[in-house]
Design a protein around this ligand. Structure first.
Ligand SMILES: [Zn+2]
Ligand SMILES: [Zn+2]
Length: 300
């Protein structure tokens, strides 16, 4: 009897996805997509930015504004799009890996040995606040998080670009939503109609040809993407403000161990020129150190 129960247990175990030598369907899909996730997300970012820019500047707003208004709208939109794409590019291309440091700084200064820790995958000791990223396969200096939307780890050297990228993506999408709502309203579509897709399809099913279905779906799609394009970067930007304010990282937002005061905390991320960096990703603003030595609240 006991043997039967045991054999049933064993069989159930063998039938589980893990024991069959595989993983469940959703996990398998995630595993397949993962190597492409960065490329897909960055391409989506670039395409959406370019789409909203060209659609609103050259198609939508000429229907509402005179020459002067269009010129102002063009300048403002171009400046925002330049900051979105420029900060995205800089964020993607700036390396944060511990490997980028010269060998002479890759050892703790005298008296700081206890602050460094050993990383198993890298098989070396790494500076304080550096953590291993499985996606990048390396230790990242002051690792905040790995972001698919910029295709890179956000850390010591590129957090400035990430912060302004999320800010301008939120602002640019808000401007695009305003433009797109004007356009939608002009063509008899109200914002509340975004939530009536089921009604639309039901009526169309009962009485085909009642609506211009392609137009209705297209405008809903554009506005829905537009709303997501505000909410996602908006949440990221606000979380970055909190993280930088506390001089913490995304996984320990409330940790104030390295809090040196608002002015110094923002200086550590934005560099010597601090908030002037919001004007352009091309403004040079050197960071105060190389990411290996961190003052904590107790040491100042
Ligand atoms: Zn590592
Ligand atoms: Zn990473």
């Amino acid at each position: 009897m006991e043997n039967t129960v045991e054999s049933l247990r064993l069989r159930a175990k063998m039938d589980s996805p893990d024991q069959r030598g595989g993983v469940s369907m959703p996990k398998r899909i995630v595993k397949r997509i993962k190597p492409w996730a960065d490329t897909i997300a960055v391409s989506m970012n670039v395409s959406m930015t370019l789409f909203f820019y060209f659609f609103d500047v050259f198609y939508v707003m000429p229907q509402f504004l005179g020459i002067f208004g269009q010129a102002v709208h063009f300048v403002v939109s171009t400046w925002i799009a330049y900051n979105i794409l420029g900060n995205l590019r800089a964020c993607t291309r700036t390396l944060n890996s511990v490997d980028t440091l010269p060998p002479e700084v890759l050892k703790p200064a005298e008296g700081e040995e206890s602050l460094w820790h050993y990383c198993d995958p890298c098989q070396r000791t790494v500076p304080p606040r550096s953590w291993h990223c499985k996606t990048c396969s390396t230790c990242i200096l002051k690792r905040d998080h790995h972001c698919n939307f910029v295709g890179n780890c956000v850390g010591h050297n590129n957090q400035r670009y990430f912060m302004w990228f999320s800010f301008y993506a939120m602002i640019g999408s808000a401007l695009a939503l305003y433009d797109n709502l004007l356009y939608a309203h002009k063509h008899g579509f109200e914002f509340v109609n975004l939530f009536t897709m089921h009604y639309l399809l039901f009526v169309e099913y009962l009485h085909p040809g009642t609506f211009d279905l392609l137009w209705e779906i297209l405008i809903r799609f554009i506005l829905t993407m537009n709303v997501f394009a505000i909410v996602f970067p908006g949440v990221l930007f606000i979380s970055q403000l909190v993280v930088v304010r506390n001089n913490s990282v995304m996984y320990k937002t409330a940790d104030c161990t390295y809090d040196l005061g608002i002015w110094n905390n923002f200086g550590q991320v934005l560099g010597r020129r601090r908030f002037w960096t919001c004007l352009s990703p091309d403004i040079k603003s050197p960071l105060s150190h190389n990411g290996t030595q961190w003052e904590s609240k107790g040491t100042v």
